[in-house]
Design a protein around this ligand. Sequence first.
Ligand code: NAI
Length: 340
Amino acid sequence: FSVVRRQESSSSSVIRRSFFSEANPERKVAILGAAGGIGQPLSLLMKHNPLVSSLSLYDIAGTPGVAADVSHINTRAIVKGFMSDDQLGEALEGSDVVVIPAGVPRKPGMTRDDLFNINAGIVKGLCIAIAKYCPNAVVNMISNPVNSTVPIASEVFKKAGTYNEKKLFGVTTLDVVRAKTFYAGKANLDVSGVNVPVVGGHAGVTILPLFSQATPSTNALSNEDIVALTKRTQDGGTEVVEAKAGKGSATLSMAYAGALFADACLKGLNGVPDIVECSFVQSTVTELPFFASKVKLGKDGVEEIHGLGSLSDYEKEGLEKLKAELKSSIDKGVAFANQS
Ligand code: NAI
């Protein structure tokens, strides 16, 4: 290897090497549930991310194949696959960011809460391992119901004495991705320049897109349009579940959203300024202990949690309506984590 390296004396390889070592430090990302519907395309996208130097793919089955496949792609990250409990420690050790899309997805007719019994146990087990093997990692929770799995993770970490509220994130980026797409489509705007904050939680009415703060603003939308866009954003997951007719929930758009959020976390860790994304985090923005809103990401995770800004009457109403459901999902997660 060293011989090949010496022969490769072109200026481009020198530039490439110094770019990685100076601009982009070594970063290990672990994906738990990497062989699943979300896990596989997410692994592909993270392998494509130049900020990742080591990519650890863990699942209870199927990871050797996914890891071998993804590892052949000629990008920076060194890929390793891990399978079964006894390899979980090695998969996690030294991780900077752990992304969790492990668990079962919804089938038609199910709510995210229906997943609770299975996914709560999976998430609890994985978080016990995170506390043991990489207690300082930033955790990106994708497994549903996010409104409960994030509180479960926080309780597990508290019990282990490793909880850092700045490093635990519920991934709600898909709600933002959907709100941007639907808003741009309806208002006939270039979606690449559109931004829409989405606050609250990550299930049904707890998802509250703030179209009054969407940029660029538009006069093209009526109140009825805003109501319809809000409902479509809230039901975006169900739209996909029904279209897939029993074959799972959003995987490709979720992998895109998960990769976007993990990239934002890595940029924050690397000290890139002004990285702001919506996420479900421990919060004092409302009276609820966890809430999604705009969060500034930095070297230690959450650097600043933005307030909600000014809301339309329709959004104020939505905010009051979502609180009871969100509170009960949070309480359910906390209770689950603390039962023996
Ligand atoms: P899937 O069933 O295709 O994949 C899940 C993977 O998790 C499987 O490969 C399975 O072997 C693995 N797994 C199960 N137990 C595990 C354990 N203990 N450790 C490691 N891996 C384990 O499901 P899919 O479609 O990938 O969805 C995964 C989760 O993501 C679901 O809970 C789903 O509801 C959630 N989701 C979240 C979204 C969000 O916006 N946050 C959007 C869409 C889905």
